[in-house]
Design a protein around this ligand. Structure first.
Ligand SMILES: Cc1cc2nc3c(=O)[nH]c(=O)nc-3n(C[C@H](O)[C@H](O)[C@H](O)COP(=O)(O)OP(=O)(O)OC[C@H]3O[C@@H](n4cnc5c(N)ncnc54)[C@H](O)[C@@H]3O)c2cc1C
Length: 462
């Protein structure tokens, strides 16, 4: 064992350090398809331990890569053989809940679902929710400014973080565990770390906002025959559901057909053949009134011919069956991999033309063998795009990246809506950010991490 690792072992103890062949036993991604090749995995048990470890790493210029649940999809946790992975799995506790102030204080290795369940026990809700909830950690959610299925109503992670504790590159602990909703005392330092993908600091603890837990929910899957009807439907439900719209998730035809029908893994709630399938969900406080309003608003949409078919969930299992189609990433993986997966933002009104052009580019390049799958949080202007080209190669991936990213610059889109930049989108960041913005980002990085030891090479080239 090297001197560096011996010094770390003295601080972390045997439970806190994984080395040699044991590192290779660990996965490097959430599906377990690649192995971890890092120099070591360090698993601190407290902020103080991590601070001491970072003092050593800083003195020696040792690069480290923070890792949560490994569900990020942009190679943000990818670590080379000379880098140390900092895993937060031994810092996964719920420290306290304040049901009156509606806050929860957690260690950042806590999985999202654990936080959601702790809030539920107090009749409250942690309102950020996404498909990888069982594995994704609060630290990863903060570092990626995660979005998810309820952004349209509750906002992204940034809106739910009140305070953070961070270990800086040199081991300094900045404890900014604010619990107040209003606190305008100088710079809002936590914002530096939210969405910074482990490149500016290691987030060890957080104070999160909780919301009142809704007492009712109503969910439907509806079919829509064209894009104009889709945008009219979005306006109709947004305007008429009295602020209770929580999700407006759209699957383009090809997505619904593949997952709901072809995969054989679901009972399709609606016949295939329409252009779009939408999950509409509302939450509220009075089951009778909410259900009546929801049904009325959908009936109006049917009368106005915005909806051509609808399935309204009348039980928890029917609701889950609808969401299981949207969240069945495994079905997509089995049918489409290898493929390039994208997470982009663009103005809703530009989506139809953008997607038509993309479809033409994909089919021009690879013919009918290629598959283009589109789905996402349309209400947030956020689409997930999968390009499955055949034959697959690195060149095909790069070609797909150019097709997806380059047109975004002219229409005010963003190359990442919620997954971040990591390694995967680094070469395309300039399409969404000006030279001046990039220069300011670099200068923040240099100020906070002058030796570039925190997740080097992610977001920017090292
Ligand atoms: C099935 C599935 C569905 C998904 N759906 C959504 C969705 O709807 N919305 C969405 O936004 N994302 C979604 N994601 C992506 C992913 O779940 C989120 O990005 C999540 O926030 C990552 O959390 P994690 O703990 O897995 O982070 P990781 O993947 O482990 O890490 C992500 C980044 O955060 C950094 N990091 C991790 N922990 C810390 C820490 N404590 N301090 C500093 N940096 C840290 C890492 O270095 C890395 O750069 C989905 C992923 C999957 C697999």
């Amino acid at each position: 064992m090297s001197d560096l690792l011996k010094r770390i072992a003295k601080i972390s103890g045997p439970k806190g350090l994984i080395t040699g062949a044991d590192v290779r036993q660990r996965p490097a991604d959430w599906m377990g398809q690649t192995q971890c090749n890092a120099l070591a995995i360090v698993r601190p048990a407290s902020t103080q331990e991590l601070s001491q470890i970072m003092k050593i790493c800083h003195a020696l210029g040792q690069p480290v890569v923070a890792a949560g649940g490994l569900t990020g999809l942009v190679q943000g946790t990818s670590a080379s053989a000379d880098e140390i992975v900092i895993s937060f799995e031994r810092m996964a506790g719920i420290e306290s809940i304040d049901p009156v102030g509606r806050t929860i204080t957690v260690q950042t290795g806590a999985p999202m679902q654990k936080v959601q369940e702790a809030a539920e026990k107090q009749g409250l809700m942690f309102a950020v929710d996404l498909g990888a909830r069982g594995s994704a950690t609060i630290g990863g959610n903060i570092a990626t400014n995660a979005g998810g299925n309820q952004v349209i109503r509750y906002g992204m992670m940034r809106e739910h973080v009140l305070g953070v504790e961070v270990v800086l590159a040199d081991g300094t602990v900045v404890s900014s565990m604010n619990t107040l909703l209003k606190n305008n005392t100088g710079y809002d330092l936590k914002q530096l770390f939210i969405g910074s993908e482990g490149t500016l600091g290691l987030v060890t603890r957080a104070v999160l906002r909780l919301a009142p837990r809704p007492k009712s929910d109503n969910t439907a899957m509806v079919a829509v025959s064209d894009f104009a009807a889709l945008t009219d439907l979005f306006r109709h439900v947004s305007d008429n559901l009295g602020g209770s719209l929580t999700s407006f998730e759209v699957m383009w035809k090809e997505h619904y057909e593949l997952v709901a029908v072809e995969s054989g893994r679901h009972t399709p709630p609606l016949d295939a053949g329409e252009a779009f399938y939408v999950i509409i969900e509302v939450t509220g406080n009075d089951a009778d009134i909410d259900t009546e309003l929801f049904t009325r608003v959908l009936e109006q949409a049917i009368e106005a011919e915005l909806i051509s078919d609808a399935a309204i969930a009348s039980s928890r299992s029917q609701r889950d069956a609808i969401w299981n189609i949207r969240e069945d990433i495994e079905a997509l993986g089995m049918a489409l991999m290898p493929a390039a997966i994208f997470d982009i933002s663009l103005p809703i009104r530009k989506m139809e033309v953008y997607v038509d052009r993309l479809r033409s580019s994909v089919h021009e390049a690879w013919g009918d063998e290629a598959r283009l799958i589109i789905f996402g949080h349309l209400g947030d202007g956020n689409l997930h795009v999968v390009v499955s080209a055949r034959p697959w190669s690195d060149e095909a991936r790069q070609q797909a990246e150019k097709m997806v990213y380059e047109p975004l610059a002219d229409i005010g889109g963003a190359v990442s809506a919620e997954h971040g930049i990591g390694l995967e989108k680094r070469d395309y960041l300039h399409l969404s950010r000006s030279k001046e913005e990039m220069a300011l980002m670099r200068s923040l990085k240099t100020t906070l991490d002058p030796k570039s030891i925190l997740n080097p090479g992610k977001i920017f080239a090292a």
